[in-house]
Design a protein around this ligand. Structure first.
Ligand code: ADP
Ligand code: MG
Length: 185
């Protein structure tokens, strides 16, 4: 029998779906408005009635990238989309916001990354790599702008082969090399 009760962050996904964690970033145009609109677009990918966990919005200095400060957030939700279908959907949303890819790490109106796919409990889900999709996202474990919001939505979590979300967050905090500020909720 299908269960209809809400799931909580990091718990089992609804039957037939996977719990995923998506990273959002924007640093051109009106980044706050772009993030807010992108969150609504992500909600449309989630299984209705299940928990959609959203971090605070954060401001970060560009890492290996040019341009103004980024706004960042992380969302966790249940979806019936398979990994590549989810990536397709995220790239379609990026296109809707006018993203161009003139060169690697160029400033962008919106960047949506699949950070984790198929998380359960404290388990970070799928570990796999092909030409289009690497899971977990290959730089998630070293980026303060991922780890701080991730710790808000999934504090019990861990990244496969990397350690707990909290320990990884504490390590980037201790290193103190990435400027990051939590914005008002
Ligand atoms: P980045 O997000 O690394 O700054 P892009 O958004 O331009 O750069 O992504 C470049 C490519 O990374 C995409 O075309 C996509 O196929 C690939 N990619 C590999 N793994 C992932 C992932 N987990 N999430 C999003 N894109 C990924
Ligand atoms: Mg990306």
């Amino acid at each position: 029998m299908a269960r209809s009760e809400k799931t909580s962050s990091g718990s089992e996904a609804a039957p037939g779906s996977a719990r995923v964690v998506v990273g959002l970033g924007a640093n051109l145009g009106d980044p706050r408005a772009t993030l807010a609109a992108a969150v609504e677009a992500l909600r449309a990918l989630a299984v209705p009635g299940t928990d959609f966990a959203l971090s605070s919005f954060w401001r970060s200095a560009p890492v290996e990238a040019a341009g103004p400060d980024f706004r960042n957030a992380v969302a966790a939700f249940d979806t019936v989309l398979a990994p590549h279908a989810l990536l397709d959907a995220l790239q379609a949303i990026e296109q809707r916001f006018g993203r161009e890819r003139p060169y690697r790490n160029a400033p962008r109106t919106l960047d949506l990354d699949v950070l984790l796919y198929g998380v359960r409990g404290s388990d970070g889900g799928l570990v796999r790599a092909d030409d289009r999709l690497v899971l977990p996202h290959p730089r998630a474990h070293v980026r303060a702008f991922v780890l701080e919001p991730l710790a808000q939505v999934w504090p019990a979590g861990s990244l496969p082969g990397r350690g707990s979300v909290i320990a990884l967050r504490d390590a980037v905090r201790a290193a103190g090399e990435q400027r990051l500020e939590r914005l008002e909720d």
